[in-house]
Design a binder for this molecule. Sequence first.
Ligand SMILES: Cc1cc2nc3c(=O)[nH]c(=O)nc-3n(C[C@H](O)[C@H](O)[C@H](O)COP(=O)(O)OP(=O)(O)OC[C@H]3O[C@@H](n4cnc5c(N)ncnc54)[C@H](O)[C@@H]3O)c2cc1C
Length: 364
Amino acid sequence: MPPTPTHVAVLGGGALGVSTATQLAERGVAVTLVTDGPLASGASGRSLSWLNSWAPRRPDYHRLRMIGIDRYRTLAAVLPDAPWLRFDGGLFWGDDAERIAAQQRKVGYEVRPAGAVPGVVVPTGAYVNPGEGWVDLPSLIRHLVERLHVAGGRVTADAGPARPVVDGGRVAGVRLGDGSVFAADAVVVATGAAVPDVLADFGVTVTAQDSPAALVRTRPVETSLRVVVNAPRVSLRPTPDGRLVVGAGWVDDQLGHGSPDDGVIRELLAEASAVLEGHPALVAEEITAGPRPMPVDDEPVLGRTGVDGLYVAFTHSGATLGLIVGELVSEEIVSGTPHPLLDRFRAERFARDQGRSPRDHRGW
Ligand SMILES: Cc1cc2nc3c(=O)[nH]c(=O)nc-3n(C[C@H](O)[C@H](O)[C@H](O)COP(=O)(O)OP(=O)(O)OC[C@H]3O[C@@H](n4cnc5c(N)ncnc54)[C@H](O)[C@@H]3O)c2cc1C
């Protein structure tokens, strides 16, 4: 069994990197978190972050997501008043709602026909998932960074693009954007959409699909909405500060590499208003768009990579999995043995099967 690393560097200041760094520090490991810009500047700063295992998945992946939700429930019990982590359920409807509800029942995912739901005009045929919730990832990241500091970890933000340094087939340190190098005996690559590019330098293949996504944050709005709504043409949830975040698959489908135009935003906000009681006027305050970390086969890429001391955390369900990925990857590093819950999610699957075609990812 390899010895526990004495100094671990984690690359990427999003939910997965910060969670992993915090878990390592809380296990007594010296940790440096390095991120190229400010914390939460990637997908974690512009996420719907619905906590769910809503869509049909392979059993291992469904189980991982359910454990992921469990860790948030534990955190919510410790921080019952945190306005940024809520378990008020999810609500969905649409042509395939009945089929999805039937699949959910089969795997024990709680689902019921919806009655009245505060703040929402609920159509016939809608369902609630009472066990779902949402998290505001920038708030979670602030919370975790406080814990990281308490546990003695360090954060180097605005470091420019960093790269692992591998010497003689094993990790030796990290090179920062300015060319300076510091020593580390393990590196976790949690650089979001940049993961495939960073790992390619070391012969580790991770195949991603191009998946731009946009999210609109509204100005403050009077609404009693608490649940996460997934309607056929819009997804939305409240924020900790009285706003809404709103997105939709049809908006993402027509995104290039810029932001949606004004007409699209107006249409999206009209869809959101239509599902809210009283149909409040919604005004966009902030529009964000960019790549979503998206493995080609829709499944997470986690843990050991095959290069000694080099680990990965890459998934498009990084809100739901944010806490559990940090926990399991740090367990694997500290124990020096592969974690069985990660075995189905290794990077090596891409080297075995280069021809994977993109899999649909409705439901995050
Ligand atoms: C619109 C949208 C909606 C979503 N909805 C959901 C949802 O409902 N439920 C869910 O579970 N997930 C959802 N997701 C996905 C989830 O938000 C992401 O999976 C998660 O935020 C990814 O976190 P991360 O830490 O892997 O990456 P990121 O948050 O992207 O963080 C990676 C960080 O690494 C930095 N970085 C990049 N390259 C380097 C480098 N070379 N050196 C140092 N730093 C570097 C980046 O600047 C960035 O800050 C959604 C995402 C989007 C965009």
